[in-house]
Ligand binder design. Sequence first.
Ligand SMILES: O=C[C@H](O)[C@H](O)COP(=O)(O)O
Ligand SMILES: C=C(OP(=O)(O)O)C(=O)O
Length: 357
Amino acid sequence: MTSFHVENVNIARFDSMPTPEDLHASLPLTERAGAAVLRGREALRNILDRKDPRMFVVVGPCSIHDPVAGLDYARRLKQLQEEVQDTLLLVMRVYFEKPRTTTGWKGFINDPDMDDSFHIERGMASARQFLLDVCELGLPTATEALDPISPQFLGDLITWTAIGARTTESQTHREMSSGLSTPVGFKNGTDGDIGIAINAILSASHPHSFLGINGQGKVSIVRTSGNRYGHVVLRGGDGRPNYDTVSVAMAEQALAKAKLPANIVVDCSHANSFKNPDLQPLVMADVVHQVRLGSKSLVGVMIESNIVGGKQSIPADLSKLQYGCSVTDGCVGWETTEKMIREADAMLKDVLRTRLG
Ligand SMILES: O=C[C@H](O)[C@H](O)COP(=O)(O)O
Ligand SMILES: C=C(OP(=O)(O)O)C(=O)O
């Protein structure tokens, strides 16, 4: 035993977490929730394989911070899904992990009490409960996979995964994606570079071996078989949108050059709307218009939406939080969301027949 302090110099302490199996045992996947996940994944694969002419819409809050409001949102979305199911597959954004440009609240798993107490063990359990509740409604869910360990805890409840603009270039995230059970949308970089998303799709389509944990929480060599359902998400960047016809055509060319299927999703938020939620309907209408004009590569859109439009900062006194309003990026409110989706449904009705040819 030496007196040298050379290891974990900057680690204050380790606290234990339940294992993924422990959490699954206390909050098991139900028959109904599992069926919703499988149905949603199959529908997405069919859209990406051009066996289903519909578009998918990843829609919901920028981040979940209040499960009660989140479930209120999910119930509304479920009703809307029934109305538009012939043209659109709605997948609820259930984002618990927020990548920050510098610092800020990192989401419901990391800090469920939003007071820097960082009860990750409770955050993970509440996140699983929330996902179960949404899947029980029969709604498919979408999330950003940021922490490479989280999918072991939550992956059975996820239908679509995003790799964010800040992590698409990360080898860790590409390796993780190669083993995910869902289709994965890779965002272009924050600087607008779509090349990193194409490299990510290529990388994730191959098998990888890397370090991770298994269901018993044991450090393991994870060996994956590769994920062939990677696709690009255009989110704009460097202060410029990239959902216009020229940008979409350039993305199609880049995908063709890489011998990848032309599957493109447009994120109506972020740099595509200069983070101004009021502009998201314009982006969505433009994308749907491109589909009406014959675009076959546009398979989906993303909307940041909540019950109440806009955003709020996290107050020191949490009782002052406005119900149903984002604490991260600004969102469109529920009425606008309904209008955007109903208008898209109406615009797509007569063109879907021609999409599979
Ligand atoms: O979607 C959410 C944000 O755009 C992302 O987490 C970055 O946020 P930030 O720039 O406020 O840190
Ligand atoms: C962080 C997000 O997006 P991006 O990675 O495009 O910034 C998001 O969709 O929540």
